[in-house]
Design a protein around this ligand. Structure first.
Ligand code: HT7
Ligand code: ZN
Length: 889
């Protein structure tokens, strides 16, 4: 596939002002009549043909102002259609009638069927699979949409905006006409025609307008929508109070669909969601599911301003809406947790959220930034845009916005947002436009900051301290460098906000005073490192301090700081910044795990166990925080930290350490489990969720150690559980020990939830992610293979693929990379199979091997032929070709 370059952006000669769409919906032959007013675009001087894209469409007719264009005036090149307008008209009406086959559409992009209903997904380039259109985000038009469908099969007909009229038609059909009052790019178009029911609420916006909120689901799921509705209302309130942003429509709809490539989609006024991020009730959803529903509902809702009202000029600017919206949903979730925790627990609750987010960044984005797909948050080129909905664009993009927030402060950031909307509401803009608004609102020069948008790779922040007892001063030397990434050998110094504190020997933070300052100030402050190396001299100190750097993870970098075990243990016990306290525990365990995986450590140091025990028993600490602090670093992050990635050695080290901690602290874990019981009926509340998470963690450590008492506790909890968090937590512990009890519990769970696809996804994922805790256990690849034959599994449902194959390929390195290469052969078979039906899902699976060159020579030898086999496969999609091509290049 051709490579598209960011610098080649050109406005189109013709834009679209209005589009009137009519759908006669039939499963195998839907007729789409598209009448649009095309206008010459002043930004391009209106010179050039009308350009439309169309894909997988059968064209029935095309006319301009009622006349079919002559053969010479119409050119087709792949999916691009160019039409010359000979005359001087500034505006023409173009009508194009096409036929599509939703039933045959297995890509889940464009118009497709799910359980008999019609659904659409247009981001990024799905609208061209519905009708011919200048399908780019910089073309913003006013849409009216008429749906005409069988009343019995599709009683509910929805599209963006406001319902204008509806009524009956002959032959058992009916129609509905919708109008979206806002200009929007085609990727935000949506329709739904299905048999659904809605949970409804009427609420008032801050300015007193009444709006109707609806959550549409299949009838049997109506009792699982309350939490999504509450989350929507909380999101509305939060955006009103935090950013002064109100819902701008009279009606806002969420629709849940079981077949969906991603999490959810922010179509204007008609968000379409994967059922996984809508449906929740205590018997089927875990605390983590509840949290995810809340944050995804918030994310899509927040897009209404950051993405919809102000959208992206081109897809290279994707982080403009995604990084900003992820940052907004992260802040929202942190605020919700802090509110639930009350003033005493707010800081810890915020830290728990931050830890969650940083875990994701380190496990998914850092490896991406170190591999062949590395790209800046604003990429310079792509072959297939769907491959660029990445952890870099989303999560690192959010970190970049967070750094702006840190550097400008909450008020400065808000002022920048206000200016951004005042300049760009209703427009399609660039990342530069956003940062320019931030700079102007704050009177700041952010030119150097823009390197975060143009450079890929994870920067290394090196720190060293020098204590001068005579003067009571401590000089902190900070330096930065970013390793080369594909196509980017040289890197410029970035602006890195480093939040730091200095801890005195008594474990208390010192008041910070830089040389030249009149008096000591706060105990945490932010230094802005903006050159390759800088020195900061702190004065007025009574004794040598211990530095606590990058508090709250103030920048998406890898901190290189020599700290001995004693210092890490000291910070595990005393760092006043809860994020860094957690991070000290992570660093200490990382050191032990990597030494063990590298064969340089025989026994787990007593000092580590003691520090770990102190955290375990510290009842002053919030349970949710303790659950984080007592969890091992993510395997994906640890693999990235190995000079040569050896998944088997790493897994052995992780198993060894987990088992050791489970057995030497068995008594403590059992006591903790008992202390963390949550009495009464289940409610989703962060305080209860923290206790349940810690209890479940205790069971997993005990099961890892094969502790008979612990396993009995897990069995009892599994049998008596009244909610999914406890039931699944117990099952996960039981599943760690192979044998009859494991199989019986898995079987009982399967039986109980046979009719519940989302719960079965958990069951598939648990088995696909299984570690082998004993040599006797069955290789996971065999179980995964067998599970593909389970009647509930289907390669055409992305949730099933992500649960079974995605978990195995992307979250079970120790088993996937089995030395006999069976995992790699299986991977190639599945990628090739998926490529034929759903390239987006295939490409996500394909990415599991992109960092293969970091592995041992033996593994590389096993992986290469499989990558080559995929690359040579017939009919390879651009999606998979880009990923595998870059991996092999
Ligand atoms: N903006 C949405 C992205 C999305 C998507 C992208 C490609 C293919 C399918 C998709 N479904 C949704 C989701 C979001 O970030 O909010
Ligand atoms: Zn988004």
């Amino acid at each position: 596939a051709p490579t598209i370059q960011r610098v080649d952006y050109q406005p189109l000669a013709w834009s679209v002002e209005r589009i009137d769409l009519h759908f006669r919906l039939e499963p195998t032959g839907t007729i789409v009549t598209n009448r649009m007013v095309c206008v010459r675009n002043p930004a391009a001087a209106g010179v050039g043909p009308i350009r439309l894209w169309g894909e997988a469409l059968e064209r029935i007719s095309l006319s301009i102002d009622g006349v079919e264009p002559s053969a010479g005036a119409l050119r087709e090149n792949g999916s691009l259609l160019e039409i010359d307008v000979a005359g001087p008209e500034q505006s023409v009406t173009l009508e194009v009638v096409t036929r599509v086959n939703p039933k045959a559409n297995t890509t889940l992009s464009g118009l497709y069927l799910s359980n008999g209903g019609f659904f659409t997904q247009c981001e990024a380039e799905g609208f061209r699979r519905i009708t011919c259109f200048p399908d780019r985000p910089d073309v913003m038009a006013r849409f009216t949409v008429t749906l005409d469908a069988d009343r019995e099969a599709c009683p509910v007909l929805l599209s963006n905006g406001n319902l204008l009229e509806q009524g009956d038609l002959p032959d058992g059909r009916h129609y509905a006409k919708w109008e979206d009052p806002f200009l929007k790019p085609s990727y935000l178009f949506a329709l739904v025609a299905a048999k659904l029911v809605a949970l409804e609420r009427e609420v008032e916006t801050a300015s007193g307008r009444k709006v109707l909120l609806q959550v549409w689901v299949e009838e049997g799921n109506l009792d699982r929508c309350e939490h999504a509705m509450d989350s929507l209302i909380h999101s509305m309130r939060w955006d009103e109070t935090t950013f002064g942003l109100e819902l701008d429509l009279d009606r806002f709809m969420i629709v849940a669909v079981a077949d969906f490539n991603m999490g959810a989609m922010e179509n204007k006024g008609l968000n379409i969601f994967n059922t996984k991020f809508v449906l929740a009730k205590p018997d089927t959803a875990t605390d983590i599911d509840y949290e995810n529903v809340e944050s995804v509902v918030a994310h899509e809702y927040f897009h209404n301003w950051t993405g919809n009202r102000v959208t992206c000029r081109d897809w290279f600017q994707l982080t403009l809406k995604e990084g900003l919206t992820v940052f907004r949903d992260q802040q929202f979730s942190a605020d919700m947790l802090a509110r639930a925790a009350g003033p005493e627990g707010a800081a810890s609750a915020r830290a728990v959220k931050r830890i969650d987010d940083v875990r994701v960044l380190r496990a998914a984005q850092f490896p991406e930034d170190g591999g062949p797909m590395a790209h800046p948050i604003r990429p310079d080129s792509y072959q297939e845009i769907n491959n660029f909905y990445t952890a870099t664009v989303y999560e690192k993009g959010a970190e970049v916005i967070r750094m702006l927030h840190t550097l400008l402060g909450p008020e400065g950031f808000r002022n920048g947002m206000d200016l951004y909307f005042s300049y760009h509401d209703g427009c399609a803009v660039t990342c530069d436009d956003f940062v320019d608004a931030m700079a102007e609102a704050n009177g700041r020069d952010l030119d150097q900051f823009m390197h975060w948008y143009s450079q890929s790779g994870t920067p290394r922040l090196r720190a060293a301290g020098a204590w001068d007892a005579a003067s009571g001063s401590y000089t902190l030397s900070l330096s930065q460098h970013t390793p080369p990434t594909p196509g980017e050998a040289e890197k410029q110094p970035l602006v890195i906000p480093v939040a730091l504190g200095l801890i005195g020997p008594d474990g208390r933070d010192c008041a910070l005073q830089l040389e030249g300052e009149a008096q000591p100030g706060a105990t945490t402050r932010v230094l802005a490192l903006n050159s390759a190396e800088q020195h900061f001299r702190f004065v007025g100190l009574a004794a040598e301090p211990v530095p606590s750097l990058l508090r709250g993870f103030s920048a998406p970098v890898i901190l290189e700081l020599d700290e001995d075990d004693a210092r890490l243990a000291f910070r595990m016990a005393h760092d006043s910044d809860p994020f860094n306290r957690w991070d000290a525990a992570q660093r200490y365990s990382e050191r032990i795990i990597l030494a063990s995986a590298g064969g340089t450590m025989q026994a787990v140091p007593e000092a580590f166990v003691a520090a770990f025990r102190t955290l375990l028993e510290d009842t002053a600490l919030d349970p949710a925080f303790r659950a984080q602090a007592l969890s091992m670093p993510a395997e994906g992050f640890l693999l990235e930290r190995m000079s040569v990635a050896d998944p088997q050695a790493l897994r052995a080290a992780l198993v060894g350490l987990t088992r050791h901690l489970g057995s030497v602290l068995a008594g403590e874990w059992r006591a903790l489990f008992a202390a963390m019981q949550v009495p009464g009926e289940y409610r989703y509340h962060p305080a209860d969720a923290g206790r349940r998470a810690l209890a479940n963690l205790a069971l997993r450590y005990l099961a890892a150690a094969g502790d008979a008492e612990g396993l009995a506790l897990a069995q009892a909890r599994f049998d008596a559980a009244t909610n999914m968090t406890e039931r699944f937590g117990a099952l996960a512990a039981l599943a760690q020990v192979s044998g009859a009890a494991r199989e019986a519990a898995l079987q009982a769970f399967h039986q109980r939830y046979l009719k519940d696809p989302l719960v079965l996804d958990k069951w598939f994922a648990l088995q696909a992610g299984a570690w082998r805790w004993s040599d006797a256990a069955e290789p996971t690849v065999e179980r995964v293979h067998a599970l593909m034959s389970d009647p509930a599994f289907s390669l055409s449902n992305p949730n099933k693929v992500y649960a079974l194959l995605g978990t195995f390929f992307r979250a079970n390195a120790g088993e996937f990379h089995a030395a006999d290469g069976s995992g790699h052969v299986f991977w190639a078979d599945q990628v090739i199979a998926l490529n034929a039906t759903n390239p987006q899902v295939a490409s996500r699976m394909a990415r599991a091997l992109e960092n293969w060159r970091r592995y041992t020579p033996e593994l590389q030898a096993s992986i290469r032929p499989q990558l080559e086999r995929v690359l040579a496969a017939e009919g390879l999609s651009p999606d998979v070709a880009e990923v595998v091509g870059k991996a092999l290049s």
